[in-house]
Design a protein around this ligand. Structure first.
Ligand SMILES: Nc1nc2c(ncn2[C@@H]2O[C@H](COP(=O)(O)OP(=O)(O)OP(=O)(O)O)[C@@H](O)[C@H]2O)c(=O)[nH]1
Ligand SMILES: [Mg+2]
Length: 366
């Protein structure tokens, strides 16, 4: 039998095992563009079928880039930089040159200083052991920054293949679909979804007679919140539109709850603004610190939701870390959920997040 790959996810097409990747009923083999059953269901019913591919299988697959010769485009999610920047990417992609692309810019407030943000990303990459040629900011959905990026990719690739690499769900396939649409007019050729792990194999899009643009499966990062919450909750905490910052004037000994998934205690410091950047759909509750433990115990999953019932079954307990902030505008980052920006003059806060998804602080982004 001729070897064919699913156009939507890159899995090798097979007609024998409906539970394995790439399954398609033999009656569909006649079609010109073959889509596996899983992609078909995702596309038409937005329903995901689990596959028997492990984190390690994906990593191994992507690591074959080490032995290739091409340009690596590392796509990250600008809303979850901690969770999506791949530390020591060079171990996976070898000597190949790398450009860094911050995707989903449409989610950040328009007032974001892009020059500062690029500079910050460059530093982050360096600290993670990644040498990048250049940093770009784009929105694959809205098209922002796409033209500049495509012309730069054309320059940097020097007639070689281009590999689109990143953790799951950063928008690699959406980005490639946008490129295909720009050049051929065909939309949604590759399967995309808000479920992590959509793309299962390499998908080659020819650039010319000899070289291709290659979509790759996402690298799985177990520190991402998406592994600990239900699909319904994932929809709520993933912002869909530009984030509207929510501002709370707090005195010390007050607490903010982000649904019941994260919590921030204002322990010490002068009255000040806490500017919260989260999905507009995630409810924020303010309460007295004294009251907070009680409130959480009695109302998590109800007033403090998400988590919904399904998430509560898999959510690790919240763990705390304390941060002393001296005199710099600082973001307290809850990876995958959002961040809180404070002025921070001699301020102490205690932050809680699900175990395994560690809170961090950074100089303010916005
Ligand atoms: N707001 C916003 N969402 C985006 C953007 N690009 C992609 N997304 C969304 O992010 C989710 C993941 O997109 P995919 O393109 O499937 O991501 P991927 O990196 O290919 O994921 P895997 O194949 O699982 O590794 C989808 O819900 C997309 O709609 C963007 O520019 N802005
Ligand atoms: Mg994909």
């Amino acid at each position: 039998m001729e070897i064919i790959f699913c156009q939507g996810c890159g899995a090798q097409i097979q007609i024998f095992d409906p539970d394995k990747p790439g399954y398609t009923p033999s009656s569909s083999l006649e079609k010109e563009n073959i889509l596996c059953k899983r992609c078909f269901r995702l596309k038409h019913y937005n329903e995901i079928q689990d596959v028997s591919i492990t984190d390690d299988d994906f990593l191994k697959m992507v690591s074959s880039i080490r032995n290739a010769n091409g340009l690596v485009v590392h796509v990250i999610d600008i809303f979850d930089v901690n969770g999506s920047l791949i530390k020591s990417l060079p171990r996976i992609t070898g000597e190949n040159p790398i450009i860094l692309v911050g995707n989903k810019m449409d989610l950040l407030p328009k007032s974001t200083n892009q020059r500062k943000l690029k500079q910050w990303l460059r530093t982050q990459a360096k600290e993670a052991g990644i040498k990048v040629l250049e940093v770009f900011l784009i929105s694959s959905i809205k098209g922002h920054g796409m033209e500049e990026l495509t012309s730069q990719i054309e320059q940097y690739r020097k007639q070689r293949d281009v590999f689109i690499v990143g953790t799951t769900n950063v928008g690699k396939s959406t980005f490639i679909n946008r490129l295909i649409k720009q050049t051929t007019g065909h939309g949604d050729v590759i399967t995309t979804s808000y479920f992590p792990g959509t793309t299962l194999g390499f998908i080659e899009i020819p650039l010319d007679d000899k070289t291709s643009l290659i979509d790759t499966p996402g690298i799985v990062n177990r520190q991402q919140i998406s592994h600990y919450i239900s699909e319904e909750d994932m929809k709520l905490v993933t912002p869909k539109n530009e984030i509207k910052p929510r501002v709370y004037q707090l005195n010390s000994n007050q607490t903010l709850f982000f649904g019941g998934l994260a919590r921030l205690d204002f322990i010490k410091g002068d009255r000040q603004s806490f500017v919260c950047y989260f999905s507009n759909m995630l409810p924020i509750h303010r309460t007295k610190l004294d009251n907070a433990d009680n409130l959480y115990e009695n109302h998590v999953g109800e007033m403090l939701s998400p988590p919904n019932e399904k998430t509560l079954e898999i959510l690790p307990e919240l763990t705390e870390s304390t941060f002393k902030i001296t005199n710099e505008k600082t973001d307290i980052v809850f990876p995958g959920l959002g961040w809180v920006s404070i002025l921070g003059e001699d301020t102490t806060v205690r932050a809680y997040s699900p175990k395994g998804v560690a809170v961090s602080v950074r100089k303010s982004l916005i």
